[in-house]
Design a protein around this ligand. Sequence first.
Ligand SMILES: Nc1nc2c(c(=O)[nH]1)N[C@H]1C(S)=C(S)[C@@H](COP(=O)(O)O)O[C@H]1N2
Ligand SMILES: [Mo]
Length: 252
Amino acid sequence: MKKDKLRTLLSFAVFALFIYGCWSGIMWIAHQPKADGIPAPLRSVLRTNEKIFKTVFSPQQQSKTFKPEQAQSRTRKNGLIGMETNIDVTQYCVVVIRHKGDTLRIGMDELKQLPKTEVIFDFKCIEGWSQVTRWGGVKFSDFAKHYRVGTKSGALISDQPGEDWYKYAGLETPNGKYYVGIDMPSMMHPQTILCYEVNGKPLSNLDGAPLRLIIPVKYGIKHLKRIGKIWFSDEPPRDYWAKYGYDYFAGL
Ligand SMILES: Nc1nc2c(c(=O)[nH]1)N[C@H]1C(S)=C(S)[C@@H](COP(=O)(O)O)O[C@H]1N2
Ligand SMILES: [Mo]
């Protein structure tokens, strides 16, 4: 009997110590200096994740694709930051900054001259939902080659990452209210498209008309709708959700 009581007491003590340990741990993390908006120890975990993702990420590795009949006929609409007002899609041009002071303005008719690619994949949002959706547009890699963008020298971009590649692309809505930064290997991935169609029809306003990013190797947050501007940099461009502590890389 006595022994049992002692044992119960001991387990309680161990349990209490454990809870106290967890609590102090959390408090310690919360009181650490911040790095990019979140406590430094958490940020360093995200950085380690990113390193692992970057080493296992290979442009040869494709996201799983589906048949057209498996795609949702009506896509879920989520996130409308930077799309608060209507724009005249007939007047639309995407602004592409090749280098500082070297800007291209490309209209939709011109863009549609480039070969069209379709991608049907499982679109995943960090909120926890996903849906198989079907998109059409121009491969970013085709676009980069055609317009000679993405390299520091202005030379034709190589298929494999090299010294001449800028490290990142930045994209933002015409009003600059939603913006993402994306590593160039992911931009150059063969399934990444500058997208103007969903289920074979032009994008609606809520889909991000007239042009959005579809990048199956990333979570939904990176699939910027209504692209206003694209630019390149060796420094990570500003990123809307990374600012609130989400993983910058957001790889799948
Ligand atoms: N301009 C803009 N693009 C955006 C967002 C946004 O708020 N504004 N939200 C992102 C998020 S979080 C998701 S999940 C997808 C949703 O795309 P959908 O509306 O086509 O489903 O768009 C992304 N692109
Ligand atoms: Mo999302």
